[in-house]
Design a protein around this ligand. Structure first.
Ligand SMILES: Cc1ncc(COP(=O)(O)O)c(C=O)c1O
Length: 387
């Protein structure tokens, strides 16, 4: 069924219950695309905001920082009519390399980190050497591997919703790639650097050919200093690399910038296996400005922490046992199906996260919007959950 944008708004605006399916409503962000390519057509027809509080895709409601916005304005000039990558992407690679203290040859950029995740599966997995991932976790690697017909071991998170390191390490013997999301989306749990390092060394000792991708998309939001980057391991060990996204703390989801850091040979395998996108001048310039503006990212993390405390403490006051997430979202055990909660909230113009199997009968993921949005959203949640 095709639903026009106007028709969608009308039906929701009129408070029509049940006309708009939850898969339609939640398919707004990139994540839903990664989860279910079949929903792409529906997602394309979706409205943006239109009176909805959209807290379903872990984007940053505050958008890019002032330096990034200024950089965007600066590059809107006739000069934008000239130059293909690497004209402008070299500056971005240099800024990333400087920020991380690594040589430029140890960095690749992409139009979001998503293409790097997909490229890693193309580069390192095969019908013989599968993917090891978690359940639930960010879905791009898994959906890419399944699409290619490669074996997938999706290891359920443990009782505390942390990655099951022992089971993942066991499954990694002979695997092509391990996807290790730290902090993990959607659970919001994170492992200290020492644990990630021990895991990586253990896997590489037993299975030296296995590549390991540590996805650090949310690491700027980690509140515990022991949770920090394992970038140095990528410099030391072949096939080990980290990925970062500018879609979260940098607030640049719509500008599509991501990158990876690892050994040059490791990264070359990815860029040779898969097209990482052709980055435009504006995204590159905004990326440079944002990466150089470390004070802004610290401010963003502080503001996220303020909103996070509010959301977590409000849920706790409502009687839910919510662990503090290392992220800009929270996964809450509501003891009811995520689809029910999503539909109830969407009728009240709040969109929350999709199903996350195997937790979809109990847990819902809520991304953090602005403080004002979350104050309104928590009122909606209170009303829905009281019912
Ligand atoms: C853990 C994780 N990795 C990667 C991505 C992809 O981000 P992007 O392609 O916008 O950089 C996301 C997006 O939500 C994510 O949650």
């Amino acid at each position: 069924m095709s639903v026009s944008r106007r028709g969608f708004v009308r039906s929701v605006g009129a408070g029509t219950v049940g006309v708009v399916s939850s898969s339609f409503v939640i398919g707004r962000g990139r994540e839903a695309w990664a989860f279910s390519p079949d929903e792409q057509q529906q997602a394309q027809a979706q409205v943006f905001d239109d009176g909805f509080i959209r807290i379903s895709s872990n984007e940053n409601a505050r958008g890019p920082g002032p330096s990034a916005i200024q950089a965007l304005h600066r590059v809107i000039s006739p000069r934008a009519g000239r130059g293909y990558p690497p004209d402008h992407t070299n500056a971005l690679v240099d800024a990333i390399a400087t920020a991380h203290g690594v040589p430029a040859g140890n960095v690749i950029t992409a139009t979001g980190s998503g293409p790097i995740l997909a490229g890693a599966v193309h580069a390192f997995c095969s019908r013989e050497r599968g993917l090891v991932t978690a359940a639930p976790t960010y879905a791009t690697c898994e959906s890419t591997a399944r699409g290619l017909g490669y074996p997938v071991s999706a290891i359920r998170v443990d009782a505390g919703l942390a990655l099951d390191l022992d089971a993942m390490a066991d499954a990694a013997r002979g695997a092509g790639l391990v996807f290790f999301c730290n902090p993990n989306n959607p659970t919001g749990t994170a492992h200290p650097r020492s644990e990630v390092e021990a895991f990586v060394r253990r896997v590489k000792e037993r299975s030296p050919e296995t590549a390991i991708l540590v996805d650090e998309a949310y690491i700027d939001y980690a509140y515990d200093a022991s949770v920090s980057t394992v970038r140095a391991l990528g410099q030391e060990l072949p096939g080990v690399f980290i990925t970062r996204s500018l879609s979260k703390a940098h607030g640049m989801a719509g500008l599509r910038v991501g990158y990876a850091i690892g050994q040059r040979e490791t990264l070359q395998k990815i860029s040779q296996a898969w097209h990482l996108g052709s980055m435009n001048t504006l995204s590159a310039a905004a990326g440079v400005a944002s990466i150089e503006d470390r004070a802004h990212i610290a401010d963003e993390a502080a503001e996220n922490a303020r909103v996070r405390s509010f959301v977590v403490s409000t849920f706790r006051e409502m009687g839910y046992d919510v662990p503090m997430p290392h992220a800009n979202f929270v996964l809450v055990d509501l003891g009811r199906p995520a689809s029910w909660f999503r539909d109830q909230c969407s009728q009240r113009k709040v969109t929350v996260g999709r199903d996350f199997p195997p937790l979809e009968q109990t847990h819902s993921r809520i991304s953090f919007g602005t403080m004002e949005e979350m104050q309104q959203a928590m009122n909606v949640f209170r009303e829905v959950l009281r019912a």
